[in-house]
Ligand binder design. Structure first.
Ligand code: ADE
Length: 234
């Protein structure tokens, strides 16, 4: 998978692409993360990417020109059709609090794409013609407003990349965890068996795999009922 990130802060994305599990996935060429600086597509001395809103009001609005040009540049670079139309396996995503809510199901869906192009905004938002002209899919990572789309893009990439085949050491571990089954994950324990008077549940030491499975399912259900009953309603 190739992920292009259109951003004003490419250094943030570079650091993300070099670190931890995502860093190893990039090194193993399971994914390539390519930041593109939107500011490289400006032509004035100040390299401005934003301007005052027509009609007045506070803040600044991200301008069309640099965003359209940065998008057209990465489309050509990534081998999609020369007319700036994306291939069917590619998707342009705008990170914005106005978008559809990101969740594990959406992460799974996006992990099937060959290519994602993520557009990160700043300031008070985007000139509406960016939406009209580029028709991005709009995604929000939650009901709060960040200073920019980069953190949201990193959240999305992290959740997607860890689902790609070969990224997690144990192929099963992505299926076993919270949300994959529609429930929260069961409690986990590791050595020592006793820690400051707290012990590991006997069943986990029993070696009886069907009992362990049964206990884990019951724990998942109990925890989900208690903490996230909304997940069980579906
Ligand atoms: N940009 C600013 N806030 C955001 C959010 N909650 N989700 C996605 N992108 C954003």
């Amino acid at each position: 998978m190739r992920i292009d990130v259109l951003t004003l802060f490419p250094a943030l994305i570079d650091a993300f692409a070099e670190t931890s599990i995502v860093g190893r996935a990039c090194a193993a060429e399971l994914v390539s993360i390519v930041p593109t600086d939107i500011r490289d597509f400006t032509y004035d001395n100040h390299r401005s990417v934003d301007d005052k809103p027509f009609g007045g009001g506070p803040g600044m609005v991200m301008s069309c020109g640099p965003v359209f040009e940065a998008f057209e540049h990465v489309v050509r670079q990534g081998g999609d059709a020369a007319d700036s139309k994306l291939d069917p396996g590619s998707e342009l995503i705008m990170l914005t609090p106005q978008g559809e809510k990101f969740d594990q199901t959406l992460a799974k869906e996006l992990s099937q794409r060959q290519r994602l192009i993520l557009l990160c905004g700043h300031y008070e938002g985007f000139d509406e013609r960016i939406r009209e002209g580029l028709s991005p899919r709009e995604i929000s990572i939650g009901d709060y407003v960040l200073t920019g789309g980069e953190l949201a893009a990193m959240v999305l990439m992290d959740a997607v990349i860890r689902m790609l085949p070969g990224v997690l050491g144990n192929e099963l571990s992505a299926d076993d965890e919270s949300f994959a089954s529609g429930m929260l994950e069961y409690p986990q324990y590791t050595r020592p068996r006793e820690f400051r008077g707290l012990s590991v549940p006997e069943v986990l030491l029993s070696g009886d795999h069907s009992k362990i499975l049964e206990w884990r399912r019951a724990q998942s259900l109990k925890r989900t009922e208690l903490r996230r009953p909304d997940l069980l309603n579906g």
